[in-house]
Design a protein around this ligand. Structure first.
Ligand code: AMP
Length: 395
């Protein structure tokens, strides 16, 4: 089923028209700088790329260009459904949902949990509904996959009322990616997903690890917000919860400033003082840059500790999956992580690891090792698949 996948960000809008079974992409694109001067939308159709300015810089304007492109290519009639990435579905959504006024209201109710993301997702949905009013629209939530976590994994040791009255618990994110790569790993391992205990590591600009038991998430490293857990590009991951109070008193920073710094100035960028881009850090580390070396070492150390923690959640381990820009491309991060995890039974195949780059999925461990694999994530394809399944199966 040809499905339009829409991912609305705060100032960007990504879209792709793809066939949910084969994954064939007919058209994709990205609108950027929405809401400000100089907004434009880029559309990729096969080998061709066009960029169209958006004078009003609005979502509806971006959809207008998309509609015109679909018409020009004769693709509009093919579109059967629209799938939307929605970051936070709270406890309400454990699966994709066909968008109704009530579902929209529930997504709006989750805005306090994701104040930057959910409003942008809502704006994308509204503009898409105006442009494709006659089609079914489906919301696919980043949090939904992790709703199978047991309480022991999702509850914080804080006053119970914070949970019952304010929803303070661990939700987890990147669910679409974790679910997709777990399925792909099972296929590559030639075993049914239902039998496998897998740890999936989504390592991009945002990073998270999940423990996936028989295809269901039983633990993950992100929490109430996507700030918890691993070291990321610009996010700190775990810090002492006493840090904000200490810094407020010592440095006179406000809570807003501290939260912004933990989200935007920390992680690989904060540790290295250089960049959030791991590829650049690897180059700088090779030239002897001490901050770059430290940043990558802390990144790997924390990743390995977290993967080992996820093995505890699973009891036994049948495989570790690396995905995301870093997971798919950095042979050095994969090798250093597996070296730290030798106690879990990993033994690297250096040649396979060196050869596994984007576009080449497969195992990177030696015979007899617990398998570690590189899998290329494809969130758009997963959203298209889930949307098509829901639409084909009825509401
Ligand atoms: P993503 O958010 O999934 O696009 O991932 C972005 C991260 O992947 C950035 O830190 C990039 O530096 C990193 N990355 C992309 N390509 C490479 C590469 N060839 N080697 C190392 N890191 C890479």
């Amino acid at each position: 089923m040809w499905t339009l996948v829409v991912n609305g960000g705060s100032s960007s809008l990504k879209f792709a028209l793809l066939e949910s079974d084969s994954g064939e992409v007919a058209l994709s694109g990205l609108a950027e700088r929405l809401g400000s001067d100089g907004a434009s939308v880029r559309v990729d159709r096969g080998d061709e790329r066009v960029t169209v300015p958006l004078p009003r810089g609005s979502y509806p304007e971006a959809f207008g260009v998309l509609l015109a492109e679909l018409d020009a290519l004769g693709l509009r009639e093919r579109v059967r459904a629209v799938g939307h990435r929605v970051v936070h579905g709270g406890e309400r959504f454990s699966a994709p949902a066909q968008i109704t006024p009530e579902v929209l209201e529930a997504i709006r109710a989750c805005v306090p949990l994701a104040p930057l993301h959910n409003p942008a997702n809502l704006a994308g949905i509204e503009a898409a509904q105006a442009a494709f009013g006659e089609l079914p629209h489906v919301a696919v939530f980043d949090t939904a996959f992790h709703q199978t976590m047991p309480q022991v994994a999702y509850r914080y040791a804080v006053p119970e009322a914070w949970y019952s009255q304010h929803g303070v618990r661990r939700y987890g994110f990147h669910g679409t990616s974790h679910a997709y790569v777990a399925g792909e790993a099972a296929r590559l391992l030639g075993r049914p997903l239902e039998e496998l205990n897998l740890v999936t590591a989504h390592l991009g600009n945002g990073c998270s690890v999940a423990a996936v038991q028989g295809g269901r998430s039983v633990d993950t490293s992100m929490g109430l917000t996507p700030l918890e857990g691993l070291v990321m590009g610009t996010r700190s991951g775990d810090v002492d919860p006493g840090l904000p109070d200490y810094l407020a008193r010592q440095a006179g920073l406000s809570l807003t400033q501290i939260t912004a710094a933990l989200n935007k100035d920390s992680g690989l960028l904060g540790l290295s003082g250089l960049t959030n881009d791991l590829r650049e850090l690897e180059q700088a580390a090779a030239r002897g840059h001490a901050g770059a070396q430290l940043a990558t070492e802390v990144f790997v150390y924390r990743l390995a500790k977290t993967v080992a923690g996820m093995a505890v959640a699973l009891g036994t381990l049948d495989g570790l999956v690396f995905t995301g820009g870093i997971g798919e491309n950095s042979a050095a991060v994969r090798a250093a992580t597996l070296a730290r995890l030798s106690l879990l039974g990993f033994r690297l195949d250096e040649a396979a690891n060196a050869g596994a780059v984007r576009g080449q999925a497969g195992p990177i461990t030696a015979p007899g090792s617990v398998p570690a694999l590189v899998v290329n994530t494809d969130e758009e394809r997963m959203i298209a698949r889930e949307t098509a399944q829901l639409v084909a199966g009825g509401p």
